[in-house]
Design a protein around this ligand. Structure first.
Ligand code: DAH
Length: 338
């Protein structure tokens, strides 16, 4: 019996292969259910008891030797496969890769920026974490104004909040620059609202500000008409409805002729022919004073629009949540107009 162990040991030592099939056959032949080594274990009981100890010891050595050999051969095989795989075939044609697309909010923001840059507006930015002064007080919000309410504003503490509109940037621009001022301020804003198809806790706005000597309401109207035509097409009409904002007097809401039905009436414009797109007005003298600009010398207009709202009209997307869910099936549909 010991003789048999010696023979098998030699065979195992001599075995060498780089084929996974051969290695597997080797394993079955020696360690499989009916393998030669396995069988020696079943013969163990036939071994005279004086030899049992030595036989058992040698048989165990043989078994582990064989298992180790199999592991080693398999590893060598793996290494070999790896090194052949990494031999690059430079004749294979390149893999095409997907280019990303721009986010619809970025596309519309850039279009708005371009339209206003063409008539001399520059871009200004401000912080998203804002103090009460820039977001409310300097903009003439009365102490008890509902927009300061916990329901609309994410407060960080009594004085600091996430800005609720980009109008805060007008204050910063006016505090740091004397007229003439022509600026637009794109950015993200936050409102403490339940998320639904029509409302979100964050969205994007573009604020506009024009301050100089002798600026009239008519100047504002023409600028906004120029903007809407550039954005929605030369046939677009606007109308202004009286409104109220603490920081402008007089204030107005701007409607554009429905981009879908061109004013004939459809379910998007609720058969009115008009769609609301922004707020505007002549900057209140109190705001100018708060920002150290002399209201007796200078005046001007401001306007503010939601980028999602413009995108919604351009792309007919009716659920605000889509803009922040980052679903590639949605995002891939947008390409900038060239
Ligand atoms: N800040 C306003 C809002 O978030 C939008 C707005 C309205 C801005 C009128 C203006 C303006 O500058 O004149 O609803």
């Amino acid at each position: 019996m010991i003789e048999e162990i010696n023979i098998i040991t030699k065979e195992v030592d001599a075995f060498n292969s780089k084929s996974s099939e051969e290695i597997e056959n080797f394993r079955i032949a020696y360690l499989g259910k009916k393998g030669r080594i396995t069988q020696l274990f079943t013969h163990f009981k036939l071994v005279p008891s004086s030899e049992k100890k030595e036989f058992g010891r040698q048989l165990n050595i043989l078994k582990s030797l064989t298992s180790e050999k199999i592991v080693k051969l398999k590893e060598e095989l793996k290494e070999q496969l790896k090194s052949t795989k990494s031999k690059t075939d430079y004749t294979i044609p390149g893999q095409p890769f997907d280019v990303g697309s721009r986010h619809p909010i970025s596309i519309i923001r850039d279009q708005i920026i371009e339209i206003f840059s063409n008539i001399g507006f520059n871009i200004s930015e401000g912080p998203e974490i804002e103090d009460d002064w820039h977001n409310f007080t300097a903009l003439n919000f009365p102490e008890e104004h509902p927009a300061r309410d916990m329901q609309d504003t994410f407060f960080i503490n009594k004085d600091i909040a996430l800005r609720t509109h980009t109008s805060s940037v007008q204050v910063r621009v006016m505090e740091n620059n004397q007229p003439p001022i022509r600026t637009i301020s794109p950015g993200r804003v936050y409102r403490n609202e339940a998320i639904s198809a029509r409302a979100h806790c964050f969205f994007h706005q573009v604020e506009g500000l024009y301050i100089d000597k002798d600026v009239s309401f008519a100047d504002m109207k023409q600028t906004l008409l120029y903007f809407t035509k550039a954005m929605f097409g030369s046939e677009t009409k606007i109308r202004l409805r009286p409104s109220y904002f603490p920081f402008t007097e007089p204030s107005a809401e701007v409607d554009v002729s429905c981009t879908i039905c061109k004013g004939k009436g459809c379910n998007v414009c609720k058969y009115s022919g008009w769609l609301e797109i922004m707020g505007c007005g002549m900057v209140d003298p109190n705001v100018l004073e708060n920002c150290k600009i002399d209201p007796n010398k200078f005046g001007g207009y401001a306007f503010g629009m939601g980028i999602e709202r413009i995108a919604q009209l351009k792309y007919e997307v009716n659920d605000l949540r889509l803009y922040s869910e980052n679903d590639v099936r949605f995002l891939k549909q947008f390409t900038p107009e060239s």
